[in-house]
Design a protein around this ligand. Sequence first.
Ligand SMILES: *Cc1c(COP(=O)(O)O)cnc(C)c1O
Length: 419
Amino acid sequence: MHHFQYRDNELYCEDVPVKKICEDVGTPLYLYSHATLTKHFRAFDGSFKDIRHLTCFSMKSNSNIAILRLFYNEGGGVDIVSGGELFRALKAGIDPSMVVYSGVGKTDEDMEYALKSGIMLFNVESRQELLRLNSIGERLNKSAPVSIRVNPDIDPMTHPYISTGLRENKFGIPIEDAPDIYRLAKGMRHIDIRGVSCHIGSQLTNVSPFVDALKRLLVLIEELRNNGITIEYLDIGGGLGITYSKESPPHPEEYAEAIKKEIKNDIILILEPGRVITGNAGILVTRVIYTKSIGQKNFIIVDGAMNDLMRPALYGSFHGIQPVIFSPDRKKLKADVVGPICESGDFLAKDREMYSFEPGEFMAVMSAGAYGFSMSSNYNSRPRPPEVLVKGDQYFIIRQRETYEDLIKGENIPDFLLK
Ligand SMILES: *Cc1c(COP(=O)(O)O)cnc(C)c1O
């Protein structure tokens, strides 16, 4: 459930009419519901309340510092994948000792920044990365808290672009190689082994792949402990799916029950949910510019585009399309909702049975709170949209719309070209 609901045929975000915000700040815009974000975080985190755990919000799904701060106030940490994300987390006021750092390509600069900042855990994804981190630790005279990201070779049964836990994926270390890596790590003076981690994919709509992966990790932990390696943390990643259309993913409660059944109280669980917290807590609102029909095909041309919301172009993802002002006599049609960008891949919906729209009307693109703004770009020199957070009957601009000046920030023309 979320707080984007109709009242008398008009779409509201909590107690604010969406149309009012559109008129005040313009379109396209991202809109998030504070109550929904809070409820989703609590539903997830609360499901694990009877065991030792830390919920580290996966901030690549939505990295606005206001949103990060909201979850931190709720007791969460963050999962980061870059130095830039660490910067954002610190700017949001998050305690570095609640930051876990994943990613296959951490550079020396990234690792040095994170080590100096005093993060909680590096999820190391290769032998070379481990060696590099140890030498950075030596140079800084610090010990790096480490867990090895293990690839358990489990098929998450999701879209291939968001599947990460199969042998063929670039992520982690094959589980059969893990004991060797841990042995190597144990001998390193600037590596402090703390845990085992994995993340098998995103938008999973079944608990069984999570449980299968967890079982493999627990066998590994047992083996490591028998070899005198202490494992304090078990990081099982994120990946729980949401309903975009007709999917019926498990409720966080059901997910938590399945996980808790497997583990004993001799470990601290780390969770890295992203999409399940923010996905249905945000929408993208656009305005219809034109409509046109070419033969059998109907196009609704809107002011939001693939640079604002990349998921349909990237994965062919489904996002619900809803009118901001609903009228019961509205006709239905089959149409493509497309943006102004010069790419045929620029669509928000394709061959969709939906309500018809007239130019000037506002359209809500649902379930855009995760991997929406955070994947946006300036392609076609389009300033990125603002982000707005609604709380009750108030709204707050948590990121301003970019300006044309923002588009050329940092660019310059060398003197030799100026003649
Ligand atoms: C992307 C990612 C997550 C979050 O995935 P969701 O599907 O959004 O929950 C968690 N951990 C890691 C390492 C990731 O790369």
